[in-house]
Design a protein around this ligand. Structure first.
Ligand code: NAG
Ligand code: NAG
Ligand code: NAG
Length: 595
């Protein structure tokens, strides 16, 4: 998760209150449509960026018939020729547009204009979890909520892969009558992609598109300008929240079982606002606004700043949007970020949204490695293919089998392994520089039989398993150092790699995972954050099958399900429990604590 660095300091607290009151004074829930404004003219292209402008609608002069017309006039008074990207009406009052910093400063001094703040860029922050959370118990929330069948969960994410069996609508009744959303047509996405399970799918790219002239914009030949998820993340979070039950799921041999979302009967609506270039806050805000106007009960957002880079709430589109969503009765859960374990590394810390950290579940994927001298070391792996034979194989550290001349011989970088020195052996590769699954591809291509990934000081003892292409195990720094020392000192070093396994009932669990961002939130240190943790380590859920399971560039495999970790994966567990609660107690609403 990452945002742009944000210039500017703290706002005066009084201003914060004003903005929030303004935002909530908007009673009308009229749906705002993304404008079809052309990209800004080329002459201001280099200096201009997207700003989110908060307006005091009650100050609109009577000669304007609508807010958008008034906004356009204001905008053009400082930036002639500029167009409005979005006119917001449901959850915040104001608009998004491109202009130069000087024009933004000028605009902020105009009557009726409350705050002009530069857009921020976020990045995206995964079959045993229902049982683990106790949702399965007879008389549990799941039973009381009948799976939350009339509850609608909206996910602001990278879109959805609608063909996934997790969105099968067999046995679902008609879409709830109050639903006002829709299924947007676009590249690789037709209206028929939606059904009684996946009831809405829309995409928001006006700001992303407008950033094209800064070199950060879209290449529409490479990604789908539609709700289609081409990276897998949005499909994973949506199916974690509310995927229909799919028997026989798993990633290869790993985590095999029935996959289903936490609120398996809830309806899903996907709002794609995260693209290859990131998640632009003007697009995110438009997506949140559309979701609230469409009638979602719960909003789940697994994106935000990288961590420890919080803006004042009135300058933070996500916080402002979440506030008014909450006021309209919509529960909002956001990921805390993956920047832990340092203190103050939190994202999305506003008091009125639920900030979700990541914990382990009682499942692990151990893959033991037994050295020639008898030591038995515990690593982790998601390799699900044929295991190595249970006999000692020669072991070599990549640094001793590489023609790299830049001091990176230990990292198994593409094109550096000498085939004669690795053929038929287990190769030790340091974690880092390249994608860890890419290293496996490199070892395999050079004729290696297996791989041991060793952490360096950068990753310490953190163990996250990866879906490797060849028999592999990943170990922490201490075991890694021991393996390398053994390989360097023994005349004929060998190792036996056990087939990876899925181990359940692991205790203690949950444990807060190292990467989960920590508080305090310095914008409002009196409010403890994150609010809670949820399962966020090694979570199995549906995947967009065009995206490789590892994300490594050389990985060409296709999978229907994938195992992922992150506060991104924890967040839909919380939004779905909120959906179950809404299903069981339809009158329940989030409270601002202000009443
Ligand atoms: C469109 O769908 C086809 C078939 O599933 C797939 O091969 C292609 O990569 C997709 N293109 C994009 C941009 O998603
Ligand atoms: C290695 O240790 C694990 C965990 O203690 C154990 O289950 C496994 O059988 C051991 N393997 C060997 C070959 O001793
Ligand atoms: C290193 O070895 C690989 C594999 O033999 C080869 O493809 C590559 O060209 C070599 N690179 C250098 C710099 O010698």
């Amino acid at each position: 998760m990452r945002w742009w660095r944000h210039p500017g300091g703290m706002p005066p607290p009084s201003l914060l209150a004003v903005v929030i009151l303004m935002a909530t004074a908007s009673a009308a829930a009229a749906e705002s449509l993304p404008s079809t404004a052309p990209p800004p003219p080329g002459d201001q292209a280099d200096a201009s960026e997207t700003y989110i402008v908060s307006m005091a609608n009650q100050l609109r002069p009577l000669d304007f018939t609508d807010n958008t017309e008034w906004y356009s006039t204001k905008l053009r008074s400082v930036a002639p020729g500029a167009g409005i990207l979005y006119s917001y009406q449901t959850i915040v009052q104001g608009f998004a547009a491109r202009m130069t910093p000087a024009q933004a400063e000028k605009l902020e001094s105009k009557p009726g204009v409350l705050v002009v703040s530069p857009e921020r860029r976020y990045v995206l922050h995964t079959t045993r979890t229902p049982e683990y959370l106790g949702l399965d118990r007879v008389n549990g929330l799941l039973a009381q909520a009948s799976g939350g069948s009339d509850v609608i969960i909206g996910l602001v994410d990278s879109g959805v892969w609608p063909e996934s069996r997790s969105f099968d609508d067999a046995g679902y009744g008609p879409v709830p009558a109050r639903w006002r959303g829709r299924c947007e047509e676009g590249r690789n996405f037709t209206r028929s992609a939606c059904n009684n399970k996946l009831i809405g799918a829309r995409s928001f790219a006006a700001s992303y598109q407008s950033s094209a002239n800064k070199g950060a914009g879209p290449d529409w030949t490479k990604e789908a300008r539609s709700p289609r998820d081409v990276v897998g993340h949005g499909t994973h979070t949506a199916s974690t929240a509310a995927g229909s039950a799919v028997p026989g799921a798993g990633l290869g041999r790993m985590a095999a079982g029935t996959a289903r979302g936490m609120a398996p009967r809830a309806r899903v609506a996907a709002y794609k606002a995260c693209w290859a270039g990131g998640c632009y806050s003007a697009d995110i805000l438009a997506a949140m606004e559309a979701a609230v106007a469409d009638g979602v009960d719960v909003l789940s957002v697994s994106a935000g700043v990288h961590g420890g880079d919080l803006a004042a709430y009135f300058k933070d589109g996500m916080a402002a949007g979440a506030y008014s969503a909450m006021e309209k009765g919509v529960f909002v859960a956001c990921s805390a970020g993956n920047k832990g374990p340092g203190i103050g590394t939190l994202a999305n810390g506003a008091p009125w949204l639920t900030t979700v950290g990541a914990g382990t579940i009682d499942r692990e994927f151990p893959a033991y490695f037994i050295l020639g001298d008898g030591r038995n070391l515990t690593g982790v792996s998601l390799y699900g293919g044929d295991p190595l034979p249970p006999k000692p194989l020669p072991l070599v550290y990549a640094a001793a089998a590489s023609n790299d001349t830049k001091g990176k011989g230990g990292f198994c970088l593409a094109g550096t392994l000498i085939p004669e020195k690795v053929a038929g052996k287990i190769v030790i590769c340091d974690r880092g520089v390249d994608h860890v699954v890419q290293k496996g591809i490199t070892v395999k291509d050079a004729g290696g039989a297996g791989m041991v990934v060793t952490n360096t000081a950068a990753d310490g003892e953190d163990l996250i398993p990866d879906p490797h292409v060849l028999p592999s195990t990943s170990v922490g720094k201490m075991d890694g150092d021991a393996i390398k020392a053994y390989a360097a000192s023994d005349a004929n070093p060998t190792g036996v790699m056990s087939p990876g396994a899925t181990l359940t009932g692991v205790q203690p669990a949950p444990v807060v995972v190292g990467f989960s961002s920590r508080g305090p939130n310095l914008v409002s240190p009196g409010v403890l954050k994150p609010d809670l943790i949820a399962p966020g380590v090694n979570i199995l859920a549906a995947w967009g099958s065009d995206a490789p399971p590892s994300g490594a560039p050389g990985d060409t495999r296709r999978v229907e399900f994938n195992i992922q970790s992150g506060t991104s994966m924890a967040t839909p567990h919380v939004s779905s429990v909120a959906a179950l609660l809404r299903g069981a107690r339809p009158q329940s609403r989030p409270r601002s604590g202000r009443r």
